[in-house]
Design a binder for this molecule. Structure first.
Ligand SMILES: [Zn+2]
Length: 84
């Protein structure tokens, strides 16, 4: 299944963190994520939607959670590949 140019760059589960004002502790999703297209029918919010690979039609669940912490809140992003 990893023969796809886009999907081969994405693990089954990708996580990224976005810590307020602390880029040295932050990470982001692989660039291949930007090539996925959002599926409008499965769009719930900017923090919760299904994205699809335009090449092989593999679907991914994008989920972003925001946590308020003393000393700096953080966003956690999870991108999970959905089984066909
Ligand atoms: Zn793909």
């Amino acid at each position: 299944m990893d023969s796809c140019r886009i999907c081969s760059q994405l693990a089954d589960v990708e996580t990224a963190f976005n810590k307020n004002g602390k880029p040295e502790y932050s990470s982001s999703l692989p660039l291949a994520f930007n090539e996925l297209t959002r599926i409008e029918e499965d769009y719930h919010s900017v923090d919760d939607y299904i994205a699809q690979c335009p090449l092989c039609k593999t679907k991914y669940h994008y989920r972003s959670t925001y946590e308020f912490l003393v000393g700096g809140s953080e966003d956690e992003i999870t991108l999970t590949r959905l089984l066909k």
